[in-house]
Design a binder for this molecule. Structure first.
Ligand code: C2E
Ligand code: CA
Ligand code: CA
Length: 397
């Protein structure tokens, strides 16, 4: 297994001109000198420091190194794999990709011509460290992605379960699985920050598999412990996961392996996906054939494809927290929520109101006939042990 952080002693070689492209590096501490040999003379191209990226050029066109990199003093750098860069390139606009490659080839030939066999070795083009311009955000993203990859490898991602309350039966009916990342330096990183980064590359796919495995293992355990009924656990599935893999086959395989009771997994897809009606409709049909429930998440956030909702046989519609938070301050918003509750029930689906934080919100939802509620008032997302404990204690009573 490759290690993410590499340490180089002062004067240690990182790579040499002509070496095959293996990794790029993001300097965490120390300094690295990038140089090229012209007519037998060493020409320093750049001295880079913390926050600077080097060695990325060869990863863009997978050409041999055109420069030598050596640690100036003891240096720690994060290794960025070629897949991280190649995948983003593959996903980039083809025109941007072509422009980048042509710029790169021009740069390489200019480098040889300009410095030439008799290059004067002047420091004119030396890039001083810290001069990263607008690339800071991009570099942060690359760093976040590399760290996330490592967190996944070390199983440092954790799943929390937030209860969903059944107002009619007055009990917890199920949970939503929410991923958490505890970062060594930054503490808890919100999925709202790292899931979009993971979605930009196929890193979301192994993360999704990890969530499915964790949830299935928990459901298998609840069934073994004879908890009855086994709660339904909902997992969030992003568009890219649906595009890149066959989630239904994967989920069926994992659920069988962990002996998950049928019908106890629900997948949540976001509203924006429903714009592609045939695709979502096909997904729902295949999920139902495999006893997997399907929920429409974040309903009411702006993409509501109302004209097509009757064609999509969701088991559950989740009312976005934004509407829940506003409804008691604005009678017009309350009217919309009331209409959504009635419409969802008329379509034969369940409605879960999200983000319920106050007793007044819960009472209003109950009055409207809304059956399920989720939010801090009911419970915050909690770990696997807490969930197991509460169900085993309830069974013992
Ligand atoms: P979401 O699916 O809409 O999840 C609900 C979010 O609202 C969660 O945030 C939850 O902790 C938060 N929440 C629940 N009740 C309340 C409340 O009463 N008040 C407030 N203020 N917030 C509440 P979280 O866990 O930070 O997740 C954010 C988003 O990240 C999720 O939004 C979901 O889109 C995404 N996400 C989380 N886990 C996964 C995952 O395993 N896979 C994928 N693809 N996406 C995930
Ligand atoms: Ca969700
Ligand atoms: Ca939601």
């Amino acid at each position: 297994m490759p290690t993410l952080r590499r340490e180089f002693k002062a004067d240690e070689l990182v790579f040499r001109e002509g070496d095959p492209p293996t990794s790029a590096y993001l300097i965490e501490s120390g300094a690295v000198e990038v140089s090229s040999t012209q007519a037998g003379e060493k020409l320093v191209l750049a001295v880079l420091g913390a926050g600077d990226l080097f060695g990325e050029m060869a990863l863009i066109d997978l050409a041999p190194r055109t420069a030598t990199a050596r640690a100036v003093r003891d240096t720690v750098a994060m290794e960025i794999g070629p897949d991280q860069i190649q995948e983003r390139l593959a996903n980039a606009d083809p025109i941007i990709r072509a422009l980048l490659r042509s710029q790169l080839s021009r740069y390489r030939s200019a480098l040889t011509k300009f410095l030439g066999p008799n290059g004067d070795g002047s420091q004119r083009d030396v890039v001083e460290h810290g001069d990263r311009g607008d690339d800071g955000a991009a570099i942060n993203k690359i760093r976040l992605e590399a760290e996330l990859k490592e967190a996944l490898r070390q199983r440092a991602l954790e799943i929390r379960y937030q209860p969903i309350y059944d107002l009619r039966q007055e009990r917890i009916a199920g949970y939503e699985a929410l991923i958490r990342w505890t970062h060594a330096q930054r503490g808890a990183v919100s999925p709202a920050e790292f899931i979009p980064v993971a979605e930009e590359t196929s890193l979301i796919v192994p993360i999704g598999t990890y969530v499915l495995e964790e949830v299935s293992s928990l459901l298998g355990q609840l069934a073994r412990e004879k908890v009855d009924p086994v709660p339904v656990i909902a997992v969030n599935v992003s568009g890219r996961q649906l595009e890149e893999g066959d989630i239904v086959t994967e989920l069926t395989e994992i659920a069988t392996r962990y002996k998950v009771p049928r019908g106890s997994i629900k997948v949540e897809v976001t509203e924006s996906l429903t714009l592609d009606v045939p695709r979502v409709s096909d997904l729902i049909a295949r999920c139902h054939a495999a006893d997997i429930l399907v929920a429409l998440d974040d309903f009411g956030t702006g993409y509501s494809n109302l004209g097509q909702l009757h064609n999509l046989h969701f088991d559950t519609v989740k009312l976005d927290h934004g509407l829940v938070w506003q409804m008691l301050d604005d009678p017009r918003c309350l009217a919309i929520v009331r209409a959504i509750v009635a419409m969802v029930h008329a379509l034969g689906a369940d409605l879960v109101a999200e983000g319920v934080e106050t007793g007044a919100q819960l009472a209003a939802l109950r009055d409207m006939g809304c059956r399920y509620a989720q939010g801090y008032l009911i419970g915050r997302p909690a770990g696997r042990e807490a969930l197991l404990e509460s169900h085993l204690a309830a069974k013992a009573r």
